[in-house]
Each structure stands twice: as C-alpha cells, then as structure tokens.
Design a protein. Structure first.
Length: 81
C-alpha cells in the first residue's frame, strides 16, 4: 500500500488542529474545515483514526473525514520552537 503521508502527531489547541506531517507541523483552523469538529468537545476530537495509508483522519463519533492533503494545503506551517 502506498503511504501518502507520515503523520507523526495530531493534537488540538482551542479551535486549531495541530498536525505534524512529513517533518512539518501545520496549524489548521477547524472552523474553516469542519463545523462538526469545531463544535465537538475535547474527548470527541481526541477519538480519531488515521488511515493506514496516511491519506486522511476519521472521527467515528462525528462521522467526519478530512484528507491530510486538504488540511495541509489550507493550513499554516508552524515554526519550530
């Protein structure tokens, strides 16, 4: 199976999803990508599944899927430190 991305870390800070992918960290504003995720509590946000290929993230409780490509194209690269 082709690996699209190497997702190293997924975490949440306020309305942002912080995603470490392919050695870069991106800040994704959930309000722009998913009203369901933006409104969800921390427990629900933390219950996600990464696709084995690194293509996307699925939140089963919300029945929500987001592609990694879509998020990193729209996200902001965070500087280290």
């Amino acid at each position: 199976m082709k690996k699209y991305h190497h997702v190293k870390n997924v975490r949440f800070e306020n309305q942002y999803l912080l995603l470490k992918v392919d050695s870069r960290e991106y800040q994704i504003d959930l309000r722009q990508h998913s009203k369901k995720l933006a409104a969800a509590d921390q427990r629900t946000k933390a219950n996600f599944e990464l696709s084995p290929s690194g293509y996307g993230i699925h939140w089963p409780e919300l029945d929500e899927d987001l592609s990694i490509d879509g998020m990193i194209k729209a996200g902001k690269v965070r500087k280290a430190g």
